[in-house]
Design a protein around this ligand. Structure first.
Ligand code: IPM
Ligand code: MG
Length: 376
């Protein structure tokens, strides 16, 4: 084995809208860890979206596919926006985020929900509700109604049209995601809340039965509760600190994670990762991305908040590189940057001064430098 065997390949894929500008800051931060903390990383730039489409006719051209195939981790920015009108729907669909999730079997989507106390004023919820909030929404990403068959739009004999989709989950799909939930909980506060709609849907009846079975068989040390999805939506805004790991299916997770994002004050703060299965080398492909989208209204202006991308890098340090200390160091640097007063427009208090995307990246790097000097 040579030294490079342990090198992690990271594909940097900024994508569209504000994606490239926020991802550039995440990339700078990762480069800092390579330079200063000997992080074993190699980078590949991967183009995605309208730019390669206009040149080569594909949203994900061959060079990008090759880079993503070879990558252990992908640092992704965002996709979509009004510019996509120039890309035909078919070309877009073929290489959409959904297609990427499916192609690389990225079935486990982790969306941590937390709020730095200095940002309490940025949340629409009251500070007293926000104390102690620290949970993860674990969303199943390869199944459910997003991919279920049959699906379609048909014309009925009476001339009406009928649109239909299928919510489906199998035993193995449920066990696969529930296992991730229980394992995550063991490294945290030991609590899993499984969210379903068992009072109405058969797919949820099965979901609850199988989560319960797996729990009894292998994870009895973890506390398991169940909650209906409508109640979960209410509890997230009523008392979000009750949750540790919330596990749920694809569409419920989509909806609940936007709801929970408001706990964090701004979508601009929330990182995420989508994990694939563990491969023969013990690695799992991982796509790290901000929860926010392409925000076309502010794209290219240099005002977007890069902290969701930077915090996605912290998740990457922890989960792909196994560097918990570096991850914690980066999270502390983000806190320090916020404490120093750096605010992008999405998290500023009324009348406050704002910094640019790059200046926020500078503030985080400055805090990292200070922390490293102090540690010497
Ligand atoms: C998300 C997004 C996607 C989803 C869209 C862009 C297809 O809303 O990642 O939450 O619905 O999964
Ligand atoms: Mg969503």
């Amino acid at each position: 084995m040579n030294g490079r065997a342990n090198t992690i390949n990271v594909a940097v894929m900024g994508g569209e809208g504000i994606g490239p500008e926020v991802t550039a800051q995440g990339h700078r931060v990762l480069q800092w860890f390579a330079d200063r903390r000997a992080l074993p990383v190699t980078f590949t730039e991967a183009e995605y979206g309208k730019v390669p489409y206009l040149r080569e006719g594909e949203v994900m051209p061959p060079a990008t596919k090759a880079a993503i195939d070879a990558a252990d981790a992908i640092l992704f920015g965002a996709t979509g926006g009004p510019e996509t009108v120039e890309v035909p729907a078919e070309a877009r669909r073929k290489d959409s985020l959904l297609a990427i999730r499916q192609r690389y079997k990225l079935f486990a989507n982790l969306r941590p929900i937390f709020i730095d106390p200095v940002l309490h004023e940025a949340s629409p919820l009251k500070a007293r509700v926000l104390h102690g909030v620290d949970f993860i929404i674990l969303r199943e990403l390869n199944g459910g109604i997003y991919f279920g068959e049959p699906r379609g739009i048909e014309t009925l004999p009476d001339g009406q049209r009928r649109g239909f989709n299928t919510e489906t989950y199998t035993t193995s799909e449920i066990h696969r995601i529930a296992r991730v939930a229980f394992e995550l909980a063991r490294g945290r506060r030991g609590k899993v809340c499984s969210v379903d709609k068992q009072n109405v849907l058969e797919s949820s009846v099965l979901w609850r039965e199988e989560v319960t079975k797996l729990h009894a068989a292998e994870f009895a040390d973890v506390e398991l509760t169940h909650m209906y999805v409508d109640n979960a939506a209410m509890q997230i805004v009523r008392a979000p600190s009750q949750f540790d790991v919330m596990v749920t299916g694809n569409i419920f997770g989509d909806i609940l994670s936007d709801c929970a994002a408001m706990v964090a004050g701004s979508l601009g703060m929330l990182p995420s990762v989508s994990l694939g299965p563990v491969d023969a080398n013990g690695r799992r492909k991982a796509l790290y991305e901000p929860v926010h989208g392409s925000a076309p209204d502010i794209a290219g202006k240099g005002v977007a908040n890069p902290l969701a991308s930077i915090l996605s890098v912290a998740m990457m340090l922890r989960l792909t590189f196994g560097r918990s200390e570096d991850a914690a160091m980066l999270e502390r640097a983000v806190t320090a940057a916020l404490a120093s007063g750096a605010r992008t427009a999405d998290i500023v208090e009324p009348g406050g001064a704002t910094v640019s995307t790059t200046a926020m990246g500078d503030a985080v790097l400055a805090a990292l430098n200070t922390a490293e000097e102090a540690a010497r």
